[in-house]
Design a protein around this ligand. Structure first.
Ligand SMILES: N[C@@H](CCC(=O)N[C@@H](CS)C(=O)NCC(=O)O)C(=O)O
Length: 216
């Protein structure tokens, strides 16, 4: 199985399935295509019909779109609790994962994921603040209803945590002021070994993508 990804420094979509595979100890090869280079589009299109990464190649099967990849991996590894085992928890995990996939453009555009930069706190606009308020609300709801057995949204690490992992890096990197319960979740995520491994990979990348860089 091969996962095609973009730069670890910037590619928030690539991070999500990579975390699922890595956290759950699933063996895979990684192919990194550098984003924003003259040959990027052609290289991605050679493996991913959407022209975007991530894309998972499993023999003759090609799966693009982050949530489709995570669902595929969960389906072929039913022994792993990639989604929570409890039905109500699983339904909520899927709902918030879809909410992430489809939204939060305010936060995503004001605070691009950038693992090589750290910004002092400043307001990042109304749309981003509104998104963070909603994210705090849904994280609290998951933690209070389903999180009693561990530090993650549904207790043990699941696909839902992977879907919100780039938000965790953003809240940390943009020094977002957080209430203690949310700061504790962010800390648990930052310490999670697969999250640390992704960051370590990003730290070795010298490439800059100007469109993903924001001013101080
Ligand atoms: N909806 C897609 C979004 C994927 C996406 O936007 N990927 C970006 C990198 S994070 C990409 O491939 N950019 C390269 C390009 O558009 O040329 C998913 O969930 O996988």
């Amino acid at each position: 199985m091969k996962l095609v990804i973009g730069n670890k420094r910037y590619s928030s979509w690539s991070l999500r399935p990579w975390l699922v595979l890595t956290h759950f100890g699933i063996e895979f090869d990684e192919q990194l295509i550098r984003l924003d280079e003259p040959e990027t589009k052609a290289e991605i299109l050679a493996v991913s019909p959407s022209g975007r990464v991530p894309c998972l190649i499993d023999g003759g099967i090609s799966v693009w779109e982050t949530l489709a990849i995570i669902e595929y991996v969960a389906e072929i590894h039913p022994q792993l609790a990639i989604w929570p085992r409890d039905r109500a928890a699983r339904a909520t995990a899927r709902a918030i994962s879809n909410e992430m996939h489809a939204g939060f453009m305010g936060l995503r555009s004001a605070c691009p994921m950038n693992l090589r930069r750290r910004f002092a706190w400043r307001e990042r606009g109304e749309a981003a603040a509104k998104d963070v308020a909603r994210i705090v609300e849904l994280w609290r709801d998951a933690r209070s209803r389903f999180g009693e057995d561990g530090p993650f949204l549904f207790g043990a690490f699941s696909a839902a945590d992977a879907m919100y992992a780039p938000v965790v890096y953003r809240l940390d990197g943009y020094s977002w002021p957080l209430p203690p319960d949310i700061a504790a979740y962010v800390e648990a995520m930052l310490e999670e070994p697969a999250m640390r491994a992704w960051r370590a990979g990003a730290e070795t990348e010298p490439w800059i993508v100007p469109s993903d860089e924001v001013p101080e």
